[in-house]
Design a protein around this ligand. Structure first.
Ligand SMILES: Cc1cc2nc3c(=O)[nH]c(=O)nc-3n(C[C@H](O)[C@H](O)[C@H](O)COP(=O)(O)OP(=O)(O)OC[C@H]3O[C@@H](n4cnc5c(N)ncnc54)[C@H](O)[C@@H]3O)c2cc1C
Length: 385
């Protein structure tokens, strides 16, 4: 095989969006993924896509169709409840209900229809950032650029060693990811700020709903009685009995944050979860991954035509946006989480933490300036992409 100009590692949202743009710009590349075509994107992950991400993708000619918009969220605590119309406050910028596995499947389908070079079942076994060279599925490539879009356990990022600085922070909070075969309880997102821990209700489809249940970091979903879990979840959400008998599957999700700086070294570039991890509070990870990919693609296409300026500035362009988004997610996690003060190394009493959480919820309801800021940050209208 002739050496491609770019090797992309990972067929997640970041790698596939990058491939889509290089394909359209006729920049020679290959994309490798360790999983089979059927396996990629099957884990339950993101389910909502931001308005600005949709605009970015449509600008690149990617055909997107959605079943539903999500325009509102509701805060529920044991003493108060109110619905917050963030799309209204942001000049009509909703989220779109679009599960990540469908997004990945649509991207793979669209690329295959164009005869794109996607190599599944090609795990990367060696990366030489200086060569540069990369071995995947037994084949060694010597491209001009290697892109690590290989997610949280990125082998490409690890190969960079001390060329980059990594800030990695495990949090003391664990979320149980509960995928339920049931219609949504209401037509919007619910965030329950409960003393036993945070719980959430997120739309995924007509007969499919995602729930989160916060538990101490040493509790696993596998150890809990499913009936007890359903009961606790429904109670925290203020909807006792609503989940009785509903079919569920449960995964543990340990929260952590990570930032890598810079996001490039020589011929190697990192995008998406390979570069940064953000907690699911506020639903930002996939949206950041897509925005990284779009920016890097613009840089790679310009470099292909002899202008390296945008490519050289890639990390400097993306890091401030990522840091601001981490800041929002970190704050929102403290509003939602019963265990966030542990995560931050604090020793506040549970009663103090609960009072502060409820205080934020009331303030979001009563303070129009705070509400406006929150709506913009939540909908992703606060920063340039
Ligand atoms: C429970 C949960 C809920 C989430 N909810 C949201 C949300 O609501 N909104 C949001 O925006 N984000 C959300 N996220 C985050 C979002 O899912 C991630 O940010 C997103 O998947 C990142 O995309 P990516 O392309 O960078 O990496 P990934 O999707 O992880 O893709 C990486 C790819 O690289 C491949 N790979 C890995 N190692 C190798 C190797 N050695 N060789 C070859 N291939 C390899 C993998 O097979 C995979 O296909 C959520 C995440 C979780 C876990």
């Amino acid at each position: 095989m002739t050496d491609p100009e770019v090797v992309i590692v990972g067929a997640g949202p970041a790698g596939l969006v990058l491939a889509w743009m290089l394909q359209r710009a006729e920049v020679p590349y290959v994309l490798v993924d360790r999983q089979s075509r059927e396996q990629v994107g099957t884990l339950p992950k993101a389910g909502m896509i931001e308005y600005r991400t949709v605009q970015l993708l449509r600008d690149q000619g990617f055909p997107l169709t959605f079943d539903a918009e999500n325009r509102r969220l509701e805060f529920r605590t044991p003493t108060t409840s109110y619905v917050f119309d963030y799309a209204d406050l942001t000049g009509d910028r909703p989220h779109y209900v679009f599960p990540q596995h469908r997004f990945v499947a649509d991207l793979v389908g669209a690329l295959e229809a164009e005869g794109a070079p996607l190599l599944f079942e090609h795990p990367v076994t060696h990366v030489d950032p200086d060569g540069p060279a990369i071995t995947a599925g037994g084949t060694t490539f010597t491209p001009r650029a290697i892109v690590g879009a290989d997610g949280a356990g990125s082998v490409v990022a690890r190969a960079l060693g001390d060329r980059v600085e990594v800030q990695d922070r495990p949090l003391a909070s664990r979320w149980l990811v509960v995928s339920a075969r049931t219609a949504p309880l209401v037509g919007h997102t619910i965030y329950a700020v409960h003393p036993r821990g945070y719980a959430a209700h997120l739309r995924r489809g007509p007969e499919e709903t995602r729930f989160y249940l916060e538990v101490p970091a040493d509790v696993s979903g596998a150890d809990l009685d499913p009936d007890e879990l359903r009961r606790d979840l429904a109670e925290r959400l203020g909807a006792p009995g609503a989940l009785d008998g509903v079919e569920i599957s449960v995964d543990d999700l340990d929260l952590r944050t990570r930032m890598t700086a810079p996001m490039q070294a020589g011929a190697v570039f990192l995008v998406g979860d390979a570069a940064h991890l953000i907690t699911p509070a506020g639903g930002k990870g996939m949206n950041l991954a897509v925005a990284d990919a779009v920016e890097l693609a613009h840089g790679l296409v310009a470099a292909h035509h002899g202008d390296r300026g945008r490519l050289d500035a890639y990390s400097d362009t993306r890091l401030p946006v990522i840091a601001a988004t981490q800041g929002f997610s970190d704050w929102f996690l403290r509003v939602l989480s019963a265990f966030s003060s542990d995560a931050l190394g604090g020793d506040s009493s549970a009663a103090f933490v609960d009072a502060v959480r409820e205080g934020w919820v009331r303030r979001l309801r009563d303070d129009p300036l705070l509400a406006r800021w929150f709506a913009h940050a939540y909908a992703g209208v606060d920063a340039s992409p």
